[in-house]
Design a protein around this ligand. Structure first.
Ligand SMILES: Cc1ncc(C[n+]2csc(CCOP(=O)(O)OP(=O)(O)O)c2C)c(N)n1
Ligand SMILES: [Mg+2]
Length: 308
């Protein structure tokens, strides 16, 4: 049965008193995610904004067991935690890693890939704020084309990031795991139902959640949700779900208003017509790719229950 927002409990698992910035997309998404996951969980967080704003010892906003070690090892740490729980006979405990995009797309990719390939029984959530925010807005593999960061500045030699966003959800689909999905803080119903599905699935589950960052992206803090809606409308973010190899597109993008989306954010404000056209072309290609991939996998894997 699909969850509605009113089905979520009043009580917060990720409680008030955290120190995220006003308007932080990650904090808003994580609050809802935690309510769906419930209390029988262990949370692992590597170095990231979340590892700071969820509270530094001795205070902590998590009301469930919370574990933190280093930046690169989320996949390995949650694998160990999950196996330890099983060894202790605690099969009802869900182990959940929540990492940033830098910790996922770049330094943590190897550990993530290993855990996925072994089909570890864990949920891995990447909150994607599209740069290394905690250390002062450096570009990550997940930073989109054109975005200005402190390591891809706007100047004579460079006008923001020259490369294109790394497609980690697609990399995870290529691991043939039971569940891969993208979601957004701006589509809470879609988000909570994907978390529910992930919770009810066994094996490796991967979710990547769009999470705007007020200081890193340079926008008005009340616009977080609006920005997320525009991102899906213009094709800068796709809402997708891949179950046992079959890709489904949850919301058809209108593929318009890219410029409105870009102009709302300081990180893109320098972009000229040529750069915007390049970006537009890249997202249109991506959209065509996903449509084709969805059709193909629906045909190839319909009726298959085991992972592909
Ligand atoms: C091995 C290692 N290198 C670098 C760092 C410094 N560091 C801590 S958090 C962070 C940025 C994390 O970026 P991301 O994963 O995108 O999370 P965000 O801060 O954006 O929430 C960096 C570079 C570290 N802790 N360990
Ligand atoms: Mg980040």
């Amino acid at each position: 049965m699909r969850l509605k927002l009113k089905d979520l409990p009043e009580e917060n698992i990720f409680s008030s008193g955290h120190t995220a910035c006003a308007g932080c997309g990650a904090a808003m998404a994580i609050r809802n995610i935690a309510k769906v996951l419930g209390k029988e969980i262990i949370i692992y967080v590597p170095a990231s904004c979340l590892s700071v704003f969820n509270g530094l010892f001795p205070s902590c906003a998590w009301t469930v067991p919370y574990h933190h070690t280093v930046f690169e090892n989320t996949g390995a740490a949650i694998s160990g935690l999950s196996r330890a729980m099983k060894r202790k006979g605690l099969d009802n405990v869900t182990v959940v890693g929540i990492a940033g995009d830098g910790g996922t797309a770049d330094i943590g990719l190897q550990a993530l890939s290993g855990a996925a390939e072994r089909n570890e029984d864990v949920i891995y959530i990447c909150y994607d704020n599209e740069a290394y925010m905690n250390t002062g807005v450096q570009r990550s593999g997940s930073t989109p084309h054109g975005a200005s960061t402190t390591t891809t500045p706007v100047g004579k030699l460079m006008k923001g990031k020259q490369d294109f966003k790394k497609d980690v959800p697609l990399i995870m689909m290529a691991h043939s795991v039971p569940y891969v999905a993208t979601a957004s803080v701006s589509f809470p119903l879609d988000l909570i139902n994907k978390v529910k599905k992930a919770k009810e699935t066994k094996g490796f589950r991967y979710l990547q959640v769009y999470a705007p960052c007020v200081p890193g992206w340079g926008y008005e803090q009340s616009k977080t949700v609006e920005l997320g809606k525009l991102a899906v409308e213009c094709g800068m973010w796709f809402l997708l779900e891949c179950e046992n190899g079959q890709l489904k597109i949850n919301r058809e993008p209108k593929m318009k208003n890219l410029e409105t989306y870009l102009k709302m954010q300081g990180r893109f404000r320098h972009m000229d017509e040529k750069q915007i056209a390049e970006l537009q072309e890249s997202i249109e290609r991506k959209w065509e790719f996903y449509k084709g991939y969805a059709d193909l996998t629906q045909r190839l894997y319909s009726g298959s229950e085991a992972s592909v």
